[in-house]
Structures are given as C-alpha cells and as structure tokens.
Write a new protein. Structure first.
Length: 300
C-alpha cells in the first residue's frame, strides 16, 4: 500500500480511538474495513506501534472502560501529529481530485505564492536532525540585506504561515537560532555528529509563543476583546492552544492567552485592526497604542 494509504489508516485509528466511545480492537478493525482498509490484526497492531514509536502518540487500552483511547499524558506530539495528518490528508485529497481530472486545478485557488521555496531542503535537514549531524549553509538576512555562511546543530523544523524554519545552535554560540528554509542555499549535511544539549527543548520554547521569534521571558496572561463577528473567526481558529473564552455575548468575545508576547503576536493583534482591543497586561496596551499612533502618523 502507498504511504498515503498508511497515513489514512493512521487517521482513522486516531479518529476512532479519540471518539470518546472507547472502541475495542475489533471495533477499530471494523471501522477501518468500513472505510476500505481491509487489514489483518497484526497490521493494526503494527500501526498502533508505529503511531507510538514514530509520532509519540499513545493509543492505549483503558482497562476500566474496556476500550481504546488516546493517552494524552503519555503522548508528546499529539497536536503536531494531528496537524501532520491534516496536511497530509489535504494533500492526498487534492492529489486524488487532480488524478480524476486534469482540469481540477481550474477549481482550486491558492491564497499565496512563493511559500514553497526551499522545501527541497526539508528532507536533508530532517535527516540531519534524526541522525544528529551538523549542517552548513548560506542564509540571506532580510534585515541586514546580506548573505552569510553558518554551521548549525539542527534541533527542530517549524512551520508558520506557510513558511518553514530550521531551529538549532550556531557554531560558537549557546542559544537557539531560527533560519528561514526559503532563504537557505548550498545546504550540506556534515559527517560530523553532535550531542544535543539535554537542557534545551525547542518545542517547549515554541509552545509559549506565536510564530518563530521566541523569548526567554515569563509567560503571562493576555486578555483580548473582539467584536462579536470577529470573535466567531477566533473561536473556530484559535490564536494559541492556551486560548480560553472569558466572555461570549452580543457585545464581545473576550479571551485569555497564556503566552510570552512577541513580535509576531503583536503583528497578529494589529492585523485584526479595529475588531480587537487589548485589555491586559497594561504594558501591552500601551505598546499597541504606540504602534497604532505611529501608523496613523504615516497618513498625516
């Protein structure tokens, strides 16, 4: 079976195990059969093992409920795995549609262009991360408007707004740095192995922020008030996994976020224009006020 078929099976297994119905092994197998996946008991067992070993998502047997569920306490990559399945399944759906008719692209509109640049580097970078090998490359800095060569110990790749980034430690430094994959040239995976610093966990850093500009500051509660109409969009597409609804009525949608506010988060606030108001913390209120005033000055 193709890799796409395997991913579809993984999706169905997760979907059934996470349904809250605590299905038995046989019920999961029947669920797969209903969706066109005629597999053996051994294949299903192997799929569950692969989901755990390769993706860090634990599909476990609940003895008291006599059925399977997702053990979130022992699963380290649940959100990332769900996002991965979403991307792969969307690509598979579009691929199948295009295979059925070459004219299908006439019915598909893409919102942006150029975001795929540099994706040919993702596979070797991922391989280097897996094998703990150093990489070297040239990277173009937009702010300094120049290119520079780096040697990096790669720890993680991260996607944000249709762009990919590699995160790691540059030779001669101790702090993590982030590089846009679309601006990388002459990538080389070195034979030299490195030992990752156990005190550095990039995922934990990124869990506390929005975007790719991370900070070592403290998390804090941010409270935002949206207009009722804009609030509907924010409810269906949360700004962050920590998002909690405080007020939801005809006057506003008020939410709280537990994050480290950074440059990209402020950009998100400004993108919402007059449909959002910062309530807390006070320093962020003043920061956004200042940015709006400076923006207004450009029109005078």
């Amino acid at each position: 079976m193709s890799q796409q078929g395997v991913i579809k099976r993984y999706t169905l297994i997760i979907e059934k195990a996470d349904s809250g119905q605590f299905p038995s092994f046989r019920e999961i197998l029947e669920y797969l059969h209903e969706h066109g996946h005629e597999i053996s008991d051994r294949t299903l067992q192997r799929d569950m093992e692969q989901i755990r070993n390769e993706f860090g998502v634990e599909v476990k047997w609940n003895l008291s409920r006599r059925g399977y569920e997702i053990d979130y306490s022992k699963s380290v990559n649940v959100e990332e795995f769900f996002r991965f399945l979403e991307i792969v399944n969307t690509a598979s759906l579009l691929s199948e549609t295009l295979a059925e008719s070459k004219n299908s692209l006439e019915n598909i509109s893409f919102g942006s262009f150029g975001g795929m640049k540099g994706t040919e580097n993702l596979k070797p970078i991922l391989q280097a991360i897996k094998e703990k090998r150093k990489i070297s490359f040239e990277h173009f800095n937009f702010h300094k408007n120049k290119k520079r060569k780096y040697q990096l110990k790669p720890y993680l790749i991260r996607e944000y707004q249709n762009r990919w980034y590699v995160v790691g430690i540059v030779k001669g430094f101790k702090d993590l740095r982030t590089f846009g994959v679309d601006r990388i040239e002459n990538l080389e995976v070195k034979a030299e192995i490195f030992k990752p610093d156990k005190n550095i966990n990039p995922k934990e850093l990124f869990d506390s922020i929005i975007g790719v500009v991370y900070s070592l500051g403290e998390k804090q509660e941010v409270v935002l008030s949206f207009t009722p109409t804009q609030g509907k969009y924010v409810k269906t597409l949360p700004l962050h996994q920590s998002q909690q609804i405080l007020v939801d009525n005809e006057q506003e949608l008020r939410i709280s976020l537990n994050i480290i506010p950074n440059f990209e988060f402020m950009q998100q606030i400004l993108l919402h224009g007059d449909t959002v108001k910062v309530i807390e913390p006070e320093w962020l209120v003043e920061e956004i006020k200042g940015r709006l005033k400076r923006a207004l000055q450009k029109y005078r």
